[in-house]
Design a protein around this ligand. Structure first.
Ligand SMILES: [Zn+2]
Ligand SMILES: [Zn+2]
Length: 377
């Protein structure tokens, strides 16, 4: 598999505009090198993208707006196409190019044509130019990808490998996408990939915890692991929260509320829950439930435990793990005193990781399904 920032060449294939003095100009694609293709109908002056046209099998007829010029966009060698979001401008690759598209980064939803990348526009123009040459010179012309040796030729394009590849796990979707970063929305169905990634990571952390418990005997060494696991769990939740916030920011909001939401810290878990509850009637500690997905709630003793662990994480990061007055004021923890170095035990880490998983699941359910019209049970 190519790595991040490798250039992935467009697959080989030949596009021709066949001139016939009787029947006019027919577009044809041939060759064995290409993986996938889609067609775009351009306005007769070549200036506007009119529609994406589905490419049928051999012998089929494509229905496209009239008059228009049919052009082709070949996939790269992995069967995907680069896209640019019309809102955030960010680049990604996907095999979903027909129909409405959701930006994996900012959750804007727009038509497929709105996501056609700048490089692809150049390629479409090259197709159009070949058509125009056929029309003006009354002879057949070709746009042959395989013969291109100079990468700077305007109509040669290749897609850039992004950092993270995912296949959508939502029922039957299977859409493939390459994005920067890790969390993203599926361009086809709009569901987040966060659930699978987050739960898998927590599970592997819990497995590692048991392994360290069984194999590492040095107390200090073990405690280092529990501390790091505690710190990392919240960092991951913060990343997931920021990703899901993108979807919440698509709601109509006042400028003031928008700013507040953009500033919201998911590290302060219980505080984030309180504010989201107040603003959207959703949160991290509770899921109202549907017929298919029953109600859940984090129990009050667990909420308190989360609060203490988040404060412990705070002093681990900012005060070398030494108890300060702020910690004592925020937690009412009587098991430690001022200036004492805290200790985190494996059972605390285990309990905390499981609770972070629960709060992440609540947040995902709330953001993705909490605004549906289905009656809560
Ligand atoms: Zn976007
Ligand atoms: Zn999907």
């Amino acid at each position: 598999m190519p790595e991040f920032k490798d250039t992935i060449p467009a697959a080989g294939g030949k596009v021709e505009y066949l001139y016939d003095s009787e029947r006019g100009i027919a577009a044809k694609i041939s060759g064995t090198g290409f993986r996938a293709i889609y067609q775009v109908a351009l306005s007769i002056d070549g200036k506007h993208l009119l529609a994406t046209v589905s490419a049928g099998g051999i012998g089929s007829t494509s229905i496209c707006p009239q008059p228009s010029v049919l052009t082709f966009v070949q996939s790269d060698e992995q069967g995907m196409w680069g896209r640019n979001c019309p809102a955030c401008r960010k680049y990604f690759r996907t095999d979903h190019v027909m129909g409405d598209t959701t930006c994996p980064y900012c959750y804007v939803i727009a038509t497929d044509l709105a996501f056609v990348s700048q490089d692809q526009r150049k390629y479409l123009t090259a197709c159009y130019d070949a058509f125009a040459r056929a029309y003006l010179q009354k002879k057949s012309t070709a746009v042959d990808m395989a013969q291109i040796s100079d990468e700077k030729v305007a109509w040669h394009y290749s897609e850039v490998k992004q950092q993270f590849h995912f296949v959508c796990r939502t029922n039957g979707c299977k859409c493939q996408t390459d994005i920067l970063g890790q969390f993203g929305y599926c361009p086809r169905c709009g569901r987040s990939n966060g659930r699978a990634i987050f739960l898998q990571t927590v599970d592997s952390e819990l497995t590692r915890l048991e392994e360290v418990k069984a194999t590492v005997s040095d107390r200090r060494e073990r405690e280092d692991v529990w501390e790091k696991m505690t710190v990392d769990a919240v960092s991951r939740l913060e990343a997931l929260g920021k990703h899901l916030r993108r979807r919440l920011l698509r709601f109509p909001l006042t400028a003031h509320r928008r700013k507040e939401l953009e500033r919201l810290s998911f590290q302060q878990l219980t505080n984030a829950d309180r504010l989201l509850k107040q603003w959207f009637d959703i949160g991290l500690l509770e899921w109202a439930g549907t017929a298919a997905n029953p109600r859940r709630q984090v129990r009050p003793p667990d909420v308190n435990f989360i609060r203490v662990m988040v404060q412990k994480r705070h002093i681990l990061i900012h005060n070398g793990g030494v108890v300060d007055q702020e910690y004592l004021d925020n937690t009412a923890d009587t098991s430690v005193q001022l200036d004492e170095r805290i200790r985190i035990r494996s059972k605390d880490t285990k309990r905390f990781l499981a609770l972070v998983r629960d709060t992440a699941t609540n947040l995902l359910d709330n953001v993705e399904d909490g605004f549906s019209e289905e009656e809560p049970i």
